[in-house]
Ligand binder design. Sequence first.
Ligand code: MG
Length: 382
Amino acid sequence: MDVTNIAGFPGLQTIAAREAVLLAPCAMRSIDSRGRKYPESEHPYRGPFQRDRDRVVHSSAYRRLSGKMQVFTGDMGDYHRTRMTHTHEVASIARTIGRALRLNEDLIEALALFHDIGHPPFGHAGESALNECLADCGGFSHNRYALTIAEELEVRYQSFPGLNLTHEALESQASRIDKRPTGPAPLLEAQVVDVADNVTYDAHDTDDSVKLELVTLDELAEIPLIREVIGRVHQRFGVLRGELLRKAVVHELIDCQVTDLLQTAGRVLAQRRFESAEEARNSGYRIAASAKLAEQKAELERFLYQRVYRHPRLVEVRRRAQQRLQAMFQGYCRRPALLPPEYRNRAEMIGIRRTAVEYLAGMTDRYCVQQFELHFAGTDDA
Ligand code: MG
């Protein structure tokens, strides 16, 4: 099909022509993709990374993100972030950064929507419980499990398993498993998603913790970053209070972090003028906030860790979730007949223990509680 003239409409460009105009030399170009494990013909008007994004969006693991908690559980209210809304905020912020730096937005969006797809129920508490279950045989990591989902578990096509994402999408996700800086850096697009993830959770965990009344804005103002942000909000809008102040603070908190990243990264990219994505990867350069902002963010994160993530209400939620997951793990190992048929088959290939963990990791919070109540509450496993 000639994409430059679909249905007589002459305005469409090929992906390559569009990217040639829009992208910086250091961006990953669709035309340079190393393709997919199972070769497929090109789509007439969607580039390879657009197709990756669509495959993620249409996967069942992605849809289940709406039933998985980020930091706060569903019984704490309906207004705070879920794993799904977190994912969307990351995609939105990452695309803003990527567009300003003239990187490949399609790849950025695909990576952002993909990045947390392997998260188990009950957030990091769920992850550490499942990791303990497999402590003697490789452990469990949500970042690695995202690859298992994409390469093995999702069922979409008749002729091959998984989503058959591009090499670049899989490799970028793999770089999240072990972030120690060895070998070539991840693509700049993957680095943008990583920093956007950090911008996003610092801002929305601040927002949610005030909204849920775990801390007050006055308490948060002990931290220089938040104090400065509140000062700028008051300068711009006059004295705000309550909900309006909280919302303005979160807006400014995102804005100041993104601006800092763009100034810091923009300066380096302008100086070093990488000629290709490959050259940028091999240069050792990593996109990062300025030293001043990095220190201020570390202070905010320490505050959130001590005052929010370790808040008694959350500690109790985590303790119950971990007990439940460990009991369910024991239960499924003892009674594999409780697993759906496809997981019983998988157990024959990879063993019952990892299969039980994978099955648990796929559950939403609510389904996990339901299954616990149905099969394990009041049994020896519980
Ligand atoms: Mg994330």
